[in-house]
Design a binder for this molecule. Structure first.
Ligand code: SF4
Length: 91
């Protein structure tokens, strides 16, 4: 899928980095770095990041591709979220 973040709109809230840490990463306080060609296995996490972004800066092409995501990917997404929260609490 193709991920596009409108960086003019992005306010660096880092919601996306919490929810899809494999695709979105914060560098410093406000600079968002992301993978514009996210792997399909991150589909669910990316969908959550899109929904969570307070300023709707994230758009994704191919999010609703055929097949959907297998059940184990949601477990992985939850695990990733937990790890992300832990590492953010560690600041
Ligand atoms: S959630 Fe939205 S505003 Fe926050 S860093 Fe991500 S793209 Fe930017």
């Amino acid at each position: 899928m193709r991920v596009v973040v409108d960086l003019n709109r992005c306010q660096g809230y880092a919601q996306c980095a919490f929810l899809a840490p494999d695709v979105f990463t914060m560098h410093g306080d406000e600079a968002l770095v992301y993978n514009p060609r996210a792997a399909d296995e991150h589909r669910e996490a990316v969908a959550r990041a899109v929904a969570a972004c307070p300023v709707q800066a994230i758009t994704v092409e191919g999010l609703d591709g055929p097949g959907g995501s297998p059940p184990e990917s949601s477990a992985r997404a939850r695990e990733g979220l937990r790890r992300a929260q832990e590492s953010f609490h560690g600041h």
